[in-house]
Design a binder for this molecule. Structure first.
Ligand SMILES: [Zn+2]
Ligand SMILES: [Zn+2]
Length: 395
């Protein structure tokens, strides 16, 4: 394995080894003697003054990670320290950040896509887990927004989810960053069509500085919809109006949300019945996808989603014939029992799940959490049930 020596701002020497993981901008290294963090080292060709300034601004404008102070687990893979190739700190190399185990934390679509989810978890990753994941995403996005930043390119690949519904926002160096010391904003230069609001579809982000807060609210609403509606995109639909618009992106631009009365389109056949969604959440989806299609100010904030989801999670009901059928309190009968596909079949062991406290709350429960993956561990266990790390090896 290729090794590398780098230096922190304080002059501490770090010994790195290649992990074999790389992206368009750089490589990820493990740090000798530190299992909790890793280092991203940029390729020389992508290093610019703006990048250096941006990463520095990130290390001094850190969002208040909702899970860090409470369970010692990071929901945002934010840069920790800037690192240099030389100990005189003239040659910028990259930064250290929390190490996220990609065997445990996986891209969000593997959870909300029913085929992938059932293959991995059977029915155990219930609607409550899906809703909890959505809640945890809102919590992390809220922390980013509260610091004056935006995710920018919020989409399924930069949200990772663990089997116990913990989440991590990754690729943070592409976020929109506000340096509060000088009010300078570093903009996001990328976008993803299926998550971008209509007003930004023809924008060249490389050339224009666009504040992404309303785009974040739109994309967040789409992510929540996907988690609760078995991976279906809110603008996917069928009917004469969209016959000539096969792509999801094209349908998004048309703005016909098929779950509202009076729209000329219908939900696709593979969508679950919208009755699973309570009126409280429907109001927010309406604001996001009907009113908010034209008017960015109508889109619900991360905080509004967080509050609405917290209320829902507290009131979910369990089906009497299958305990993995969890459903909203407004329904009399289990909706999952009636569907042609069993989205939550009862054929595997239930895994662990936790609901995270809201930012700012200092509630600590007397439960042990795995320092590696955040999973809850019962007192008589020697290993984490999720990643099997030994309790004796944890912090
Ligand atoms: Zn049922
Ligand atoms: Zn674990």
């Amino acid at each position: 394995m290729e090794g590398l020596t780098i230096y922190t701002k304080e002059g501490q020497r770090l010994q790195l080894s290649d992990t074999g993981k790389s992206g368009g901008e750089g490589k990820i290294y493990s740090i000798k003697g530190n299992h909790y963090n890793c280092a991203k080292i940029f390729y020389e060709k992508v290093i610019t003054e703006e990048l250096i300034e941006k990463v520095l601004a990130m290390t001094t404008n850190v969002p208040d990670d909702p899970t860090w102070s409470i369970i010692g687990y990071r929901s945002i893979a934010w840069p920790i320290e800037v690192v240099f190739f030389d100990n005189t700190k003239t040659k910028f190399a990259g930064y250290t950040m929390p190490y996220i185990d990609k065997k445990i934390f996986r891209e969000s679509h593997l959870y909300y896509d029913p085929t992938d989810r059932i293959r991995e978890f059977g029915g155990t990753f219930t609607w409550k887990y899906l809703m909890t994941s959505a809640f945890n995403i809102c919590n992390a996005v809220l922390a980013v927004h509260q610091r004056g930043h935006c995710v920018g390119d919020l989409r399924e690949n930069n949200i990772l989810v663990s089997p116990n519904a913990l989440i991590t926002l990754v690729d943070c160096d592409s976020f929109q960053i506000r340096d509060k010391d000088n009010d300078k904003i570093y903009y996001t230069r990328v976008g993803t069509g299926e998550f971008l609001p209509p007003e930004l579809h023809s924008i060249n982000f490389k050339e224009r500085d666009i504040d992404r807060i309303y785009a974040d609210r739109f994309a967040l609403s789409i992510m929540i919809f996907k988690f609760l509606m078995m991976g279906v995109h809110p603008y996917q639909s069928k009917g004469d109006e969209v016959n000539n618009t096969p792509s999801t992106e094209g349908k998004l631009l048309k703005g016909l949300f098929p779950y509202e009365k009076g729209t000329p389109v219908r939900p696709p056949d593979y969508a679950p019945k919208y009755e699973i969604i309570s009126e409280g959440l429907r109001i927010l989806f309406r604001k996001a996808f009907v009113d908010g299609h034209k008017d960015p100010f109508e889109r619900p904030t991360a905080k509004q989603w967080l509050d609405a989801l917290a209320k829902e999670i507290d009131n979910l009901k369990e089906c009497k014939s299958n305990r993995y059928h969890v459903y909203s309190n407004h329904l009399e009968k289990c909706p999952w029992c009636k569907m042609a596909i069993d989205y939550f079949p009862n054929n595997l062991q239930q895994s662990h799940q936790i609901i995270l406290p809201q930012p700012g709350s200092k509630e600590v429960e007397l439960v042990l959490w795995c320092s590696n993956c955040g999973c809850a561990i019962e007192f008589d266990f020697n290993n984490c049930p999720n990643c099997s790390m030994l309790v004796s090896e944890m912090r």
